[in-house]
Every structure is written in C-alpha cells, then in structure tokens.
Design a protein around this ligand. Structure first.
Ligand code: FE2
Length: 352
C-alpha cells in the first residue's frame, strides 16, 4: 500500500497548494496531515455508499478511489428521497458509511435527523463556502443549474420569460413541462421557498398547476419539447449537454435558456456527500469524501460524461458548459432547503 499512500498524499498536497494561492491568511498551507482527523493515506477495509447520484458518475469516482487506496466500495443505488428515508428509518443500525445525492434537500433531511458526523476540515477546505451548508455536516460534491429548455420555433427571443416566476402567468398556460415528482424539480421549489417565502411559493405553484404539463423525469420532459408536444421544460442543464454529447437526437430542436440575474430560476442545486455518525469505517468514509471533492475527483466532473459542474479544488467546469460565475445563481444555503415543507405545499397545490 506504500505507492497508493504516497500518490494520495501527493494529491492532497497539490490541492492544498492550489488553495493556498487564494486562501490568503488561512492555514491552507499547513501540512495536510495536520488539518484532517482522518489521513487519506491510512485507510483500508471497505465502505458502503448509498448513492442517489447518477450511477455512472459515482462508479467513476469509486473506481479511481479504490485504485488509489485499495478500499472496497459497495454501492446501493436509489433516488434522493428513497435513500434519505431509508437512512432515517435504519438509524444507528444502517450499514451506510457515505451518502451521496443529486440535490441538497435529502441531505438536509438526514442532517436534521442528527445522523451525520462532522465532515473533516481538510475536505471542507477544498470546497468553497457557497457550495456547502454552513453547518459543515455535509459538503457539496457537484452542482447542476436550473434551465428552461425551449423550442426556438415556438418561442421567440423576446417571448422568453425574464424570471421563472413568469411561468405562472396566464400567457404560459399549456406551454411548459416539468417533472414535479422528482427530487430535481422539488429542489428548485425548495430554493424558491427559501428565496421568496411561503406565500410567493404557494402562489407560483398555483399558477404552475394551471399552466404546466406533467412528465415523469427530466429527460422525458426534454424529449416532449424536442418532439413538439410542448414549447418548453424547466429541468437541469446536464440533460441537454449529455444528450448533445451523445447523438443529440433528443435535443436537436431544443435550446437551453438560463435565467441568470440571481433569479430563483437560476438556482444552482448542490449535490451532497456526507459521512454517517454510525459509519463502520469512518476513516475510509471521510477519505472517500475528501477524494471526490479533491482535484482528481473533481476532474472526473470536468472531463467525464456527467456534465455536472465541478465545484471544488479549483477545478474548472467542463469546457462545453457555461462557467458557473456566468450563471449568476442566487445565494442559497443548501442546509436551509426544506423538503418536508415543499412536499406539503406541492401536495396542497395538487402537484403531487
Ligand atoms: Fe438527474
């Protein structure tokens, strides 16, 4: 295990050095062994990851991590809420060491149940504060932007909505699609709730119910736009870029439109990773989280096929994507996204 240990220490040093360039006055230049409780070089054994992230992305992370450390990783695949509910139900008896999601609300649910351990400081130091909760109980691992994909033949530039809130206006009746049952869409509603409050969110959901067409899944909603069934769909960006990178057959009549201007529709949803208090192999679990938010893990996002945003260790976004800073996303503390309230409001509006 000598060689992998050295390799991993080298990565940690490189990431720390990179951070040191901008983290003026911080202790980022200190030896990494002193900054985290679990040294990534000393891990062994196995961990279980409950994975709600795209299985292909997590597989890439896991394969690279196992190669570096020799730690065997068992993945259990499910959706955000499926797995967060399961973790809460299983409690201390859960076999899970690490939980990874697509969106923040499921992380917040597990955090609120008091089941997460503190994330190692060395890991938090790799992730800019805007991409992790203020509590430090979990961290962002990737991000996805809200986007309106639309058919240029049906909607002209001057007809595009200035704000996501406009989609509740009468002129948008029957014109847009969404997948309300998915955690992706519910995270957008959670951001709206956090940014504009309950009354405005209820009002918007009422308008949505009047105006939108329901599809199951974001890719199905995008396909409906592509096929001319509906003019636009409110989804996440990577469905479009992922399809374009393959054959483009499900997005050839589709154009992405970003709301920008700190609009609720410019919400950047943070995918989360956390280590459970009850983890059987806490050291390896912490090392895994450090690895995926480190340079090598984030470069999987930059160079792979997920088209999700890299957010940590100063790794740039995939070159095909609009850089994060140009998305002008609103500031939202991911720990404050309230999935229970969202479910309540969406049920009340007849959307679930
Ligand atoms: Fe997704």
């Amino acid at each position: 295990m000598n060689i992998p240990k050295k390799a991993l220490a080298g990565i940690a040093l490189a990431a720390t050095a990179a951070l040191g360039l901008t983290a003026c006055g911080s202790n980022a230049g200190n030896a990494p062994a002193a900054s985290g409780s679990a040294s990534a070089g000393e891990v062994s054994g196995e961990i279980t990851v409950y994975n709600a992230q795209h299985d292909t992305l997590t597989k890439e992370w896991v394969d690279a991590f196992t190669k570096e450390t020799g730690v065997k990783v068992t993945i259990r695949q499910g959706s955000d809420t499926e797995l967060s509910n399961q973790i809460v139900q299983e409690g201390q008896a859960s076999p899970v060491d690490v939980f990874l999601t697509e969106n923040s609300p499921a992380m917040a649910q597990v955090e609120n149940a008091g089941l997460f351990a503190d994330v190692d400081k060395a890991t938090l130091d790799q992730v800019p504060a805007e991409f992790r909760p203020s509590t430090g109980k979990w961290t962002g691992i990737a991000a996805r932007s809200t986007v309106l994909v639309y058919d240029k033949n049906k909607i002209s530039d001057d007809q595009l909505p200035k704000s996501m809130l406009d989609l509740a206006k009468p002129e948008w009746k029957g014109k847009w699609a969404a997948s309300p049952s998915g955690a992706d869409f519910q995270a957008i509603v959670a951001a709206l709730l956090e940014l504009k409050g309950e009354a405005a969110t209820e009002e918007w959901l009422k308008g949505m119910k009047e105006n939108f067409k329901a599809y199951k899944g974001n890719s199905t909603a995008m396909k409906a736009v592509n096929a001319g069934e509906v003019d636009a769909a409110l989804i996440y960006h990577y469905y479009y870029y992922g399809d374009q990178a393959k054959t483009g057959e499900n997005s050839k009549n589709v154009t992405p439109y970003f709301f920008k201007n700190q609009d609720p529709g410019a919400f950047l949803s943070v995918s989360g990773g956390g280590v459970l208090k009850s983890a059987k192999n806490a050291a390896a679990a912490q090392a895994f989280l450090k690895f995926i938010t480190g340079k090598q893990g984030q470069e999987v996002l930059k160079n792979g096929t997920s088209f999700e945003y890299a957010i940590a260790s100063q790794v740039d976004a995939n070159a095909k994507l609009t850089p994060i800073k140009d998305l002008q996303a609103p500031t939202v503390d991911p720990a404050k996204l309230n999935s229970a309230k969202v479910t309540e409001l969406m049920t009340k509006a007849g959307l679930l």
